[in-house]
Design a protein around this ligand. Structure first.
Ligand SMILES: *Cc1c(COP(=O)(O)O)cnc(C)c1O
Length: 461
């Protein structure tokens, strides 16, 4: 049970640079049963390292399947993380007062990174290993631009070239994210682009195609697969990406100890699952090993794209077109196209396999929240704590507030911790739309999901 004897005025819990974790936590070591294998799309057989070698450096392929509990973080990675880590843990005292709750609310703030979100935590590690293995150039896709800017930043620090295929609508609507990437030296094209066969094919059929994340993934993968000097980089979903993000939760645990407090509820928003896993997996370890069984861990997703709460736990493709290996995950069907939500980072049809497995086993809970209630929470947070949150992060805030209100009803001083995965400085257009009354709640897209689920490939158990 939580307790606190620490300084009653204390607001920020800061750590020293030497407290940046020296190892990543690999939750695969603590799973009761091994993670299901990744399957080859053509043969249905488990894939091996050689299948992935054209796309990823060998060290990342090894990390993907490792069951070692702790994996050392190279000094070359920690030296870059020092630029903004350790990130602060903040006690949201003003929000607590606004809510008149006996709950103690803390947030871990990842918006202090150069790109403004948690994504550089893995971008830096991925760029580092590619550099080590002699790769000269990285290719990737980006939707809203957050992942592209994280990788552009990491690439420039390690002297790698970076090519970003940016979904055309975002390219047109979010020029500042594009300029940010170019400032860090990346080359950015609107996808579909004439630079790849995949892009050309789409453009032939539809020269005005607005693009999609699925098309952009195909272009970035083709780019890496057809060039010897290039590998591909992905910003979420994969096991090694989730593991790189565990610096968030490892730091947060030390910071809560400084506050002489212990979390009862840990919350993160979940798109592909990386920031959620990053904060919560080091806490889930205590649950899995029996140290703290009563801990609640909650993933929050948008009602318009509810993969954990409404999806099926089954094998599906990671991309829209069906080029990637098959992974077992909670999915809405790879052809499902969610409504044009403003939380662009949460518009993914699937969920990280490790997050999906923990949900299937009842280790974590999931909640879906609608768009308007999410923006209400964002404003309540901005107007009490000051920081303007990314629309994605506001999903976690919504549930943190709801849990704090429940604690008030129950008269219990629960300790709530959530991840503030990024700031919303490039998302002010979404806030503007909210103020203008132009944002809407989308109905639960039951029919579209049912249709997309019918297209999920049949895989024998
Ligand atoms: C990309 C992004 C997300 C969603 O991605 P996850 O892999 O689920 O973490 C959430 N918040 C912010 C700020 C993002 O940039």
């Amino acid at each position: 049970m939580a307790r606190t004897t620490a300084d009653p005025q204390r607001t920020k819990y800061l750590l020293d640079e030497k407290d940046i974790p020296s190892k990543w936590y690999n939750i695969q070591a603590d799973l009761k049963t091994p993670a299901p294998p990744v399957l080859h799309p053509a043969t249905g057989q488990p894939i091996g390292p050689e299948d992935l070698a054209p796309l990823f450096p060998m060290e990342l392929i090894k990390q993907e399947v490792s069951t070692r509990r702790w994996i050392p973080i190279p000094d070359g990675v920690r030296d870059v993380l020092r630029l903004w880590r350790p990130s602060p843990l903040v006690r949201a005292r003003r929000l607590e007062q606004t809510l008149d709750t006996p709950a103690r609310i803390y947030y871990k703030y990842e918006g202090v990174s150069p790109a403004g979100s948690h994504k550089p935590n893995t971008a830096v590690a991925q760029a580092y290993y590619n550099k080590q293995e002699g790769v000269a150039r990285l290719s990737t896709e980006t939707g809203a631009g957050q992942w592209g800017s994280a990788l552009a930043f990491a690439s420039t620090l390690f002297g790698l070239q970076c090519k970003v295929y940016m979904v055309k609508v975002s390219y047109q609507q979010k020029p500042y994210r594009r300029i940010m990437m170019e400032t860090w030296g990346a080359s950015v094209v609107a996808s579909p682009s004439p630079d790849t066969e995949s892009g050309k094919k789409v453009l032939e059929k539809d020269p005005d195609s607005p693009g999609s994340l699925g098309i952009a993934i195909s272009e970035a993968v083709e780019d890496a697969a057809t060039r010897d000097d290039t590998k591909y980089s992905l910003g979420s979903v994969l096991n090694h990406v989730l593991m790189h993000q565990t610096v968030i939760g490892l730091e947060a645990k030390k910071q809560l100890a400084k506050a002489d407090d212990e979390a009862d509820i840990v919350i993160g928003c979940a798109g592909g699952g990386s920031n959620f896993a990053g904060l919560t997996f080091p806490f889930a370890a205590d649950k899995l090993t029996g140290k703290k069984r009563e801990l609640r861990i909650i993933a929050v997703e948008p009602s318009a794209c509810p993969s954990l709460t409404k999806g099926t736990y089954t094998y599906d493709f990671g991309d829209t077109i069906g080029l990637t290996p098959l992974v077992k995950m909670h999915t809405l069907g790879h052809s499902f196209v969610p409504a044009p939500l403003h939380a662009g980072g949460l518009r993914y049809h699937g969920m990280a396999p490790l997050v999906s497995k923990l949900h299937d086993e009842g280790v974590i809970e999931a909640v879906a929240v609608p768009q308007l209630a999410t923006f209400e929470a964002a404003l309540q947070f901005a107007r009490s704590e000051g920081i303007i949150p990314a629309p994605e992060s506001a999903h976690a805030i919504r549930v943190a507030i709801d849990e704090a209100l429940r604690a008030r009803e129950a008269g219990q001083p629960r300790t709530i911790l959530f991840n503030l995965s990024g700031h919303g400085h490039f998302d002010l257009g979404a806030y503007e739309a909210y103020f203008a009354g132009k944002l809407e709640d989308y109905e639960y897209p039951a029919e579209k999901i049912a249709e997309a689920l019918r297209g999920v490939p049949q895989v024998k158990a």
